[in-house]
Design a protein around this ligand. Structure first.
Ligand code: TPP
Length: 582
């Protein structure tokens, strides 16, 4: 049987980790990196976990590495901000067993709040960065990253982008490397980073990076393809594929390691072509280093720092007479919406009704900011809602706090909301916090977390009780309400906003996609007055039927295929026109 298969880039990383003999995988979900760890968790040889956040995931990898095992941590680009503290000092300690951090960037922001460029982390933390272009390279580069990590005593960043992580191409699978774990050796000057030892390690880091920069010139993953002397292009990752298609006659230097750069080979390449172009997405990371080394090239004067590049954009950069290419997916734009029956919707309905200022967070519930709910004022980063609500009170006083709330999901609360709650209590604020507990990490595809009581492999775990955590953090009052019960949500909110101190309302109901409800609802067109209040709820299952009412009158209607039977619309129809279809 052939061991060649079509697979996602994320699968390539997972397979590479398996074949490299990795023993520990830790991650917090984040598109487009999530599948890496989901795939890894299928290998029983690797102890995989969803960690509570990216910082912990990297620390788990660091501990496994000190223990002599090869370890991988995976996250999306903004996750590396959360893990940046251990990263910068891990660069100093170096590794025991090889340690690779797979980080997925998202140029074009398909599912992210910014477009930051992970390559800069490599540069500022003095850590090498590899960038694969397809699934086979995802596997091969992951294996190479572990070899580099151990040879140069450094963590290694494997940078993906959405286009590589979520595209399918062929890879050939090989056997797993059976490696004996290095023995654990206590080494205080290497692993205890206090100033006296860290000063010595900083010198080692500089030496390591200088050596890597020199050796990079001979690495197979950096390769020159000479086709002619008119135009040379330096590129890496998915952009390499676009360049080959857009400029088939150009000579190309394809970087597999984007930091540190193989500067000697790049200089030689520049000498072989009349014009040199750097094609890179996001920041002019390679271009600026080339220019600083005295290598003349063109780059960002032709390309945007925003979004993805494409074959069309590269062609047009060199021939301005071509039309500006349209989005190459050809798909119509569809604004995202909360699912029909989503338990978050009713909470936002009440927040809007009460005209509250809402400090939001990141998750499915961020969609509460969009019409028709429009019940969210800010979204910054995971966990920011509670701190921002507290700061707002400092700026505008107690009365403003009475008219504002922080809204955060269960997974996000555990990721980085708990510290915000402790802070608000400690500093004597009056924040009202709504924890929207839908019993899953909905946004990224239903990953488990400590409050779901199940681990990544489905095995049972201790169940973290969110309301008990809130009480232990010192919240003055903690109320749990059914998220679908509009009146109960409203009562709890009105009561808490009147009182002093930090209070927590847990609005609870499992994500509608976890539990398919069957009782459908319908509109009784004899009772419907076509007031269209139900449409303001924003449920995609509710629509209008221009001639579906009595004697062809217009009426509201419910799409049976979409309705999940949550029944919230029945609760707020003033004319009792919505009921169960029994
Ligand atoms: C630092 C960071 N890590 C990961 C993500 C990806 N991400 C966005 S929201 C979210 C969690 C959402 O779960 P939850 O808070 O339970 O809300 P739900 O989507 O279930 O409503 C994740 C993992 C991110 N945006 N930032």
């Amino acid at each position: 049987m052939s061991n060649k298969k079509l697979a996602l880039g994320d699968y390539g990383v997972a397979r590479g980790a398996y074949e490299a003999g990795v023993k520990s995988a830790s991650a917090y979900p984040g598109t487009p990196s999530t599948e890496i760890t989901e795939f890894i968790s299928r290998y029983p040889e690797i102890a995989s976990e969803w960690s509570v956040n990216e910082k912990v995931a990297l620390e788990v990898a660091a501990g496994a590495s000190v223990g002599g095992a090869r370890a991988i941590a995976a996250m999306k680009h903004v996750g590396l901000n959360v893990a940046a503290d251990p990263l910068f000092t891990l660069s100093y300690t170096g590794v025991g067993g090889g340690l690779v951090i797979a980080v997925a960037d998202d140029p074009g922001m398909f599912s992210s709040q910014n477009e930051q460029d992970t390559r800069f982390y490599g540069r500022s933390a003095h850590v090498p960065v590899l960038e694969p272009a397809d699934t086979q390279e995802c596997k091969d580069f992951t294996i190479f990253a572990f070899e580099l990590s151990e040879k140069y005593d450094t963590p290694v960043i494997l940078r993906l982008t959405t286009r590589v992580a979520h595209s399918q191409s062929f890879l050939v699978e090989g056997p797993r490397l059976e490696r004996n774990e290095k023995p654990y050796v206590k080494d205080v000057p290497k692993y205890v980073m206090m100033p006296g030892f860290a000063k010595g390690r900083h010198v080692a880091v500089e030496r390591r990076m200088a050596k890597l920069g020199g050796d990079a010139n001979g690495f197979d993953i950096n390769r020159e393809e000479i086709r002619g002397d008119a135009l040379g292009v330096i590129c890496s990752g998915a952009v390499y594929r676009y360049v080959r298609e857009a400029l088939p006659d150009a000579s190309v230097y394809k970087l597999g390691m984007v930091y540190p750069l193989p500067m000697r080979e790049l200089k030689e390449f520049a000498g072989k072509v009349k014009e040199l172009l750097v094609c890179e997405e996001l920041e002019p990371f390679i271009e600026e280093q080339l220019k600083a080394a005295g290598i003349a090239c063109k780059g960002k004067e032709l390309f945007s720092r925003q979004g993805e590049l494409s074959v069309g954009l590269i062609k047009r950069a060199l021939d301005q007479s071509l039309p500006v290419p349209h989005s190459e997916t050809g798909l119509p734009q569809r604004p995202p919406v909360l699912c029909p029956g989503c338990p978050h919707r009713s909470v936002f309905h009440i927040l809007k009704k009460l005209k509250l200022t809402v400090f939001g967070d990141i998750g499915c519930y961020t969609l509460g900011a969009l019409p028709p709910l429009e019940a969210m004022d800010t979204t910054l980063c995971m966990g920011a809602s509670i701190g921002m609500a507290a700061g707002f009170e400092k700026a505008r006083g107690r009365d403003a706090a009475r008219k504002s709330v922080a809204v955060i999901g269960d997974s996000t609360f555990i990721h980085s909301g708990i510290t915000g709650l402790v802070n608000a209590v400690y500093n004597g604020l009056n924040t009202t916090i709504i924890i929207m507990d839908n019993a899953t990490t909905g946004m990224t595809g239903h990953q488990n977390h400590p409050a779901t009581g199940t681990r990544i492999d489905g095995s049972p775990a201790n169940v973290l009780k969110i309301e008990e955590v809130a009480r232990a953090c010192g919240a003055a009052r903690v109320t749990v309400v059914n998220a679908y019960e509009l009146a109960a949500v409203e009562r709890a909110l009105v009561s808490e906003l009147e009182q002093d101190g930090v209070s927590v309302i847990v609005t609870r109901a499992p994500c509608v996609l976890l539990e398919k409800k069957t009782a459908k609802h319908r509109v009784d067109n004899r009772l419907c007055r076509y007031c269209r209040l139900c449409l303001k709820f924003g449920c995609p299952a509710i629509r209008t039927d221009e001639r579906g009412g009595i004697e062809g009158a217009p009426t509201a209607a419910i799409d049976e295929g979409l309705c999940t039977g949550c029944g919230v619309c029945a609760e707020f129809c003033k004319f009792k026109a919505i009921g169960r279809r029994d």
